[in-house]
Design a protein around this ligand. Structure first.
Ligand code: ADP
Ligand code: MG
Length: 387
């Protein structure tokens, strides 16, 4: 964190030389341990906030305008505060901070005239949620220490992404960014938007591996999956009218309905219902420090995403299958939406050097790509940094 803050303060000083010493904020990325494609089906997810994060620095400028500079992009934007609520999205990175300003205004907060610098240690677009991190870090900077309920902050940041940026994401990313806890995963109930912390065993490392690919298919497949899940819900509700989302049915009851469902929606629904079950089983296994069971649930989750939900790809399957041949690896699975992005691995701490070497070597040999490898500690949620 010290290195990131030094870069951020340097950037702030050089971009905004007349400003006073800035306030500093941090908002983490996340890795979802288990519970994939369950959030928009109002089920359960189990992410950790990680120690890779987006950092913001802000100070009053007295100029009647909002000025934002992203060190990551090497670009700045400025908007007069007058009429800020009416500025439309421009389709680039600045929609994230501007969308947050827009949502803060709608929620009744005024936006102060500030200079705001952004620096991130997260890879962009790799599935570690750099987007929720920039939203929350920008919101904290614009609030400048004003009180907001953590849950409200998460919901507001999500609205910025849904309504202003235009990505139909669920609540997981923003929620864990705000509520993360060091040493624990966060089990989120996506229907009630509540959570409980789940302490993780210390004898295991969570390691994200970035496939460095992002297949175009991902965006349209996401929309298809949302539709296929509602088709399954509609068919199930004909027999069981109390079922309003796939959250409301377990895998046994679903199995009994197999003859009345089309093949494809049945497979999608089977992934979601078994995945919700795996989240609960994983939480129970974590409480007992049962690393083998936790690993087995990771593998079952990946196979379900691969064959029932069909959101994997050759690169992710290869990374998972390779990881499972390395001694000291308990489990591996794709994490995030799929079609590229990252896998998440449970690795014995002493096996980490060999894991990194073998993963790099094999992926390089097969695809000619050097994967990024991120050993992650479960970190605290977003907040102000006081030095
Ligand atoms: P992910 O959240 O998995 O990283 P997304 O596609 O949801 O992927 O969000 C990535 C986008 O968020 C980037 O393309 C960029 O527009 C924006 N973004 C994230 N971090 C920054 C940053 N530090 N500076 C500017 N824009 C950022
Ligand atoms: Mg994102």
């Amino acid at each position: 964190m010290a290195g990131a803050l030094a870069i951020l303060k340097d950037i702030f000083r050089s971009r905004f030389p007349e400003a006073a010493a800035p306030r500093l904020f941090r908002a983490p990325g996340r890795v979802n341990l288990i519970g994939e494609h369950t959030d928009y089906n109002l089920g359960f997810v189990l992410p950790i906030a990680i120690d890779y994060a987006c950092y913001t620095a802000s100070a009053a400028n007295g100029r009647g305008e909002l000025r934002v500079y992203s060190e990551t992009m090497g670009q700045g934007r400025e908007w007069p505060l007058e009429g800020l609520a009416g500025v439309p999205p421009s389709g680039d990175w600045s929609d994230y901070p501007l969308g947050v300003a827009n949502q803060l205004l709608r929620a009744g907060y005024d936006i102060p005239a500030v200079d705001l610098a952004i620096h991130s240690t997260l890879p962009l677009g790799a599935g570690l949620s750099s987007s929720a991190a920039i939203e929350v870090a920008a919101a904290l900077a614009l609030l400048g220490g004003r009180e907001i309920e953590p849950r409200e902050l998460a919901l507001l940041a999500r609205r910025a992404e849904n309504q202003f940026v235009g990505t139909p994401c669920g609540i997981m990313d923003q929620y864990v960014c705000v509520h993360g806890e060091a040493g624990s995963a966060i089990e989120i109930d996506c229907r009630d938007v509540t959570h409980r912390a789940v302490r993780l065993p210390e004898a295991v490392r969570v390691v994200a591996v970035n496939s460095m690919v992002k297949h175009e298919l991902g965006g349209s497949a996401y929309v298809d999956r949302v539709r296929e899940c509602s088709e399954a819900v509609a068919a199930i509700a004909e027999r069981f009218p109390d079922v309003q989302s796939l959250r409301d049915i377990d895998s046994e009851r679903l199995q009994s309905l197999r003859p009345s469902l089309r093949e494809l929606p049945f497979h999608r629904a089977r992934h979601v219902t078994t995945e919700n079950g795996r989240v609960h089983a994983f939480v129970a296994a974590a409480a007992h420090g049962d690393l083998r069971r936790m690993g087995a649930l990771f593998i079952a989750s990946h196979r379900s995403l691969q064959y029932d939900y069909e959101v994997s790809c050759a690169e992710l399957d290869f990374l998972v299958d390779t990881a499972l041949t390395i001694p000291g690896v308990y489990g591996a699975r794709l994490t995030g939406g799929g079609f590229g992005g990252c896998t998440v691995n449970l690795v014995a701490p002493e096996a980490l050097p060999q894991f990194e070497e073998r993963m790099r070597g094999s992926y390089q040999a097969k695809f000619g790509i050097d994967p990024q490898i991120f050993p992650c500690d479960a970190a605290a949620g977003a907040g102000e940094i006081f030095e």
